[in-house]
Write a protein that binds this ligand. Structure first.
Ligand code: NDP
Length: 446
């Protein structure tokens, strides 16, 4: 088996040199899915996984814009249309200086599996630009978004490809891009998700990824007869996903000890309650400032510059910032300090070596493609509401979100049961694979 996996990865690697994040995501899937393919005749001789690692289409384009000083800047924009076997391409846009082909292809590949797990009819895609919105004025961000959409609009549409937010793309950026799309096409359609409530957005969409990741942690804990109530939770990030993961954990009676950004993390031994979290939301979303300001407001907390929060003792850890933010050393620290439940809010935040630690120590470990699927799931619900020209209530959307997270958990249990425990990584990969692969087989070689 090792030989088959190695030879598959060698072939993919030779075609995708200099794409380490993409190869990391493919390796993780290949190790669990290839044994399943070998054991199931219907996939033999179809080269199905090789077809899945090749994007259906990649668009790369120039994004010129003018800054507030009148200088002309140039960024690079991308859209990876990875797989449309079960529905139109769907996945976020990331604006961050680190964005490149490797990162977007890993995200698009993960998205295909994640979207399949939601049970909604959505294919997978991802896009973005190497643009850093931090420190830019609203007017600069608007001009960038308009220029970005002036090319992207040719490739997307409500039945073709429906982008959403990701790192660096929140409600403000979606608004500017939606406005430009509407102007260029002269039509009001649900071409983006994460829209404002008064212009086609869904209630609970901003909350969905973070809430969903906590619901998933709750589902995992329930397999051991436990709940998140009373647990200590360490969270990284302080953006969209981290904020709402913290909110739901607090609502369910957990104590949230940390939040972070790329400059370091804050640790509040008294716990971050709803009022303190409201301050963080103001700080990050409105004032657009750094997390260290928290300790000026709440002096009992400490700021740990250029560090990650994984050394703080906790029972539940939720990495909600970015890829590869939790390495082997951090995983060992977490386990030694008594952490036994990891629900990933970010995409691929744990390195392969960290994941081995979780498996070896029987930690309840949920990979992002399962635990953070709540965001795209509610995006799917936003698309459904746009088609119906109708809005569901907050309670209705939240109930659907909880049901979807429970269904994903069940799918992981179905395909991931081994030696009396559940390997959520294997379960998520195989469950996602089966849905997409079966659709691809039915549609022929296209
Ligand atoms: P935001 O831009 O709202 O927040 C990102 C947070 O992560 C910020 O606190 C940011 O700090 C921190 N961060 C980003 N890059 C780094 C880095 N290289 N090192 C350390 N910290 C970093 O993004 P989201 O909350 O939307 O996304 C967070 C993660 O969740 C990503 O992995 C994303 O792909 C994933 N995700 C998001 C979904 C969504 O619905 N938004 C859906 C599913 C997954 P700073 O401000 O200093 O950069």
């Amino acid at each position: 088996m090792d030989q088959i996996v190695r030879s598959f990865l060698n072939e993919v690697g030779s075609r995708n040199t200099h794409e380490p994040e993409f190869m990391q995501a493919v390796t993780e899937v290949a190790q669990t899915v290839i044994p399943y393919i070998v054991a199931n005749d219907i996939y033999h001789g179809k080269n199905i996984l090789m077809r899945m690692v090749e994007p259906e289409r990649v668009v790369m384009f120039r994004v010129p814009w003018v800054d507030d000083k009148g200088e002309i800047r140039v960024n690079r924009g991308y859209r990876i249309e990875m797989n449309s076997a079960i529905g139109p391409y769907k996945g976020g846009l990331r604006f961050h200086e680190s964005v490149n082909m490797s990162i977007l292809k890993f995200l698009a590949f993960e998205q295909v599996f994640k979207n399949a797990l939601t049970t909604l009819p959505m294919g997978g895609g991802k896009g973005g630009a190497d643009f850093n919105p931090k420190g830019k004025s609203d007017a600069e961000v608007m001009r960038f978004c308009q220029s970005f959409m002036t090319e992207l609009f040719r490739h997307i549409g409500p039945n073709r490809d429906i982008p959403a937010g990701d790192i660096g793309v929140g409600g403000r950026e979606i608004g500017y891009m939606f406005g430009q799309y509407k102007r260029l096409k002269n039509e009001f359609t649900g071409v983006l998700t994460g829209k404002g409530i008064s212009w086609g957005g869904s209630l609970i969409r901003p909350e969905a990824t973070g809430y969903g990741a906590v619901y998933f942690a709750q589902n995992m804990l329930q397999t051991r007869g436990e709940s998140i109530e009373g647990k200590t939770v360490v969270i990284s990030g302080s953006g969209n996903v981290a904020q709402y993961a913290a909110e739901k954990a607090i609502q369910l009676g957990a104590t949230v000890l940390t939040l972070s950004d790329s400059s370091g993390f804050i640790y509040d031994p008294d716990g971050i309650d709803q009022e303190k979290l409201a301050y963080v939301m103001q700080l990050k979303n409105i004032d657009r400032k750094r997390i260290h300001e928290y300790v000026e407001r709440y002096p009992k907390a400490s700021f740990n510059k250029a560090q990650k929060p994984w050394g703080i003792a906790c029972e539940v850890a939720m990495p909600c910032a970015t890829q590869n933010e939790l390495d082997e050393k951090s995983a060992k620290q977490l386990v030694e300090n008594g952490c036994y439940c990891i629900s990933e809010g970010a995409n691929m935040p744990s390195t392969p070596e960290a994941i081995i630690q979780f498996h070896e120590n029987k930690v309840l470990y949920a990979p992002g493609k399962a635990s953070n699927a709540g965001g795209v799931a509610v995006s799917g619900l936003e698309m459904a509401q746009n088609s119906l020209r109708y809005n569901w209530t907050r309670q209705e959307v939240d109930k659907r979100l909880q049901d979807i997270m429970e269904d994903i958990h069940k799918a992981c249990m179905e395909y991931g049961a081994e030696n009396g425990s559940i390997n959520y990584e294997k379960g998520a990969n195989i469950a996602g694979f089966v849905k997409v692969a079966d659709a691809m087989l039915a549609q022929g070689v296209v």
